[in-house]
Design a binder for this molecule. Structure first.
Ligand code: 13P
Length: 248
């Protein structure tokens, strides 16, 4: 049985002071054992937030990292820095990074391998545009994203990886995928994982849905057979995140 995982992706929101206020407000109610809860916060908030949740079951994640250990890469953050700071998860290949910061399937794959080398758990984001959905190429496109991200990743390493299916048209738009649409693609992703590895590995890997998840739609989405939780944007910045966690 896969343990569900609810992660908040704060994106570029919350100063360190604001981050501490929000965490203070929600941490006790998010300190559950039924599912894994992760706060993926801006780099500058990582250390204060890690300190703040240290006596809870809550984990902290970063939203990106670079694929080198260290060196002359001005403005970048290495997996080694994240690991030493107490970060457990790292979101990789979010569609906003692909769209605005030239992230490609190749760089995502490099980052996935580097994150694993440092014992960080990647949350790999995949998802189609509205145009791709309308053309009927959603599954083909996502298969390429999944296979590229996991290229040369062993099945032992893959078991812990989380895949987040986030249709781009559902992100920040209030247009959540229906339960059936989200389940269909997550099931296809699991089939792809079986084809890359085997059924046993695919059954262990967690697949989240993301895109306008809120306290009203979370319960039904997370009840679908291949949806193992959610990656939550806007609704993770408010106290309603507690209700999303409680929906498990
Ligand atoms: P919203 O929940 O705001 O649609 O964002 C989803 C997302 O991009 C999470 O990574």
């Amino acid at each position: 049985m896969r343990k569900k995982i609810i992660a908040g992706n704060w994106k570029m929101n919350k100063t360190p002071m604001e981050a501490l206020e929000l965490v203070e407000q929600i941490k006790d109610k998010c300190n559950v054992s039924e599912c894994d809860v992760v706060f993926c916060v801006p780099f500058i908030d990582l250390i204060p937030v890690i300190e703040k949740v240290k006596d809870t079951n809550i984990s902290v994640g970063a939203q990106n990292m670079y694929f080198e250990d260290n060196g002359a890469y001005t403005g970048e953050i290495s997996p080694k820095m994240l690991k030493e700071s107490g970060v457990k998860y790292v979101i990789l290949g979010h569609s906003e990074r692909r769209q605005y910061f030239c992230e490609t399937d190749e760089t995502v794959n490099k980052k996935v391998k580097k994150a694993i080398e440092y014992g960080l758990i990647p949350i790999i984001c995949v998802g189609e545009t509205l145009e791709q959905r309308e053309k009927g190429v959603t599954v083909d496109f996502i298969n390429v994203q999944v296979k590229s991200a996991l290229y040369n990743v062993s099945k032992e390493d893959a078991e812990n990886i989380v895949i987040a299916y986030e249709p781009i048209w559902a992100i920040g738009t209030g247009k959540t995928a229906t339960n059936a649409q989200a389940q269909e693609v997550c099931a296809e992703i699991r089939k792809t994982l079986s084809s890359i590895y085997d059924n046993e590995t695919a059954d262990k890997m967690r697949i989240q849905y993301g895109g306008s998840v809120n306290e009203k739609n979370a319960k039904d989405l997370f009840a679908m057979g291949d949806i193992d939780g959610g990656l939550v944007g806007g609704a993770s910045l408010k106290a309603e995140f507690i209700d999303i966690v409680k929906s498990i």
